[in-house]
Design a protein around this ligand. Structure first.
Ligand SMILES: Cc1ncc(C[n+]2csc(CCO)c2C)c(N)n1
Length: 229
């Protein structure tokens, strides 16, 4: 690992969030170019198992957003996070997940959690319990920035099936891009002033979250390749 202070002297875009992202390769590119994400874009992914597990992810993610509101260092930071929590996430939960899972004939609550779902929830719960704003934002930023990464690769025409089309639409577009820019901006604002040891902790969390995103898509791809009953 190249420390931030050294990396920034030669980087073309020397911001903290780009240090985190580029230090999380090859996992980062594996996530945004994942075959399961490509299958979503083509409208061919079997979304059932993936969305059932993802609903359990979104539950812990929503709790982590609450921790971010509580632990932020300023009013200016609390407002956009609280807005996203109140408008986007609760809307997605009540709207998309309920409709998509009903269309797929799946229960909202899974019979079992996949190991990667358990591990991802554990990382989010660790960040939430630790109450350190930079570490919380690092986890949130990975989850949103990677999803912007794959979804913004979609081109018209989007799939006809609303389950694929709306899932792509949720993660693309100016509103979502502005949210990702805010999260990156928070890391860029805070990161350079942190002591070296704390910068390494932020990177560790960022890398673990990126690896979990990769495993999450791997899980979805494997589940959809299983023979149907
Ligand atoms: C494994 C995984 N990583 C990131 C996201 C992106 N995301 C985080 S919260 C939320 C709901 C509000 O938009 C969405 C879509 C995800 N869903 N699943």
């Amino acid at each position: 690992m190249i420390p931030f202070a050294q990396w920034r002297t030669t980087a073309s875009d020397p911001v903290f969030s780009e240090w985190l992202r580029s230090s999380s390769e090859p996992d980062w590119t594996a996530v945004v170019t994942h075959p399961f994400a490509a299958a979503i874009i083509r409208g061919e992914a079997d979304m059932r198992h993936y969305l059932v597990q993802d609903f359990q992810f979104v539950d812990a993610f929503t709790a982590l957003l609450g921790a971010a509101v509580a632990c932020a260092d300023s009013f200016e930071a609390r407002v956009p996070i609280g807005r996203f929590l109140g408008l986007t996430v609760t809307d997605t939960e009540r709207g998309y997940f309920h409709r998509a899972l009903a269309a797929l004939g799946a229960d909202l609550v899974p019979e079992m959690l996949e190991p990667v779902t358990v591990d991802f929830r554990a990382l989010m719960d660790e960040a939430r319990a630790g109450r350190r704003y930079a570490l919380i934002i690092a986890v949130l930023c990975v989850a949103e920035w990677t999803y912007l990464g794959w979804a913004s690769r979609a081109r018209d025409p989007l799939p006809e099936n609303f389950v694929h089309r709306e899932w792509i639409g949720l993660h693309d577009g100016p509103g979502f891009r502005a949210w990702v820019d805010f999260l990156r901006g928070e890391l860029d604002r805070l990161g350079p002033h942190l002591p070296d040891a704390e910068q390494s902790r932020v990177l560790d969390v960022f890398q673990r979250a990126t690896h979990l995103e990769r495993r999450f898509f791997d899980m979805a791809a494997e589940a959809s390749a299983l023979p149907r009953e």
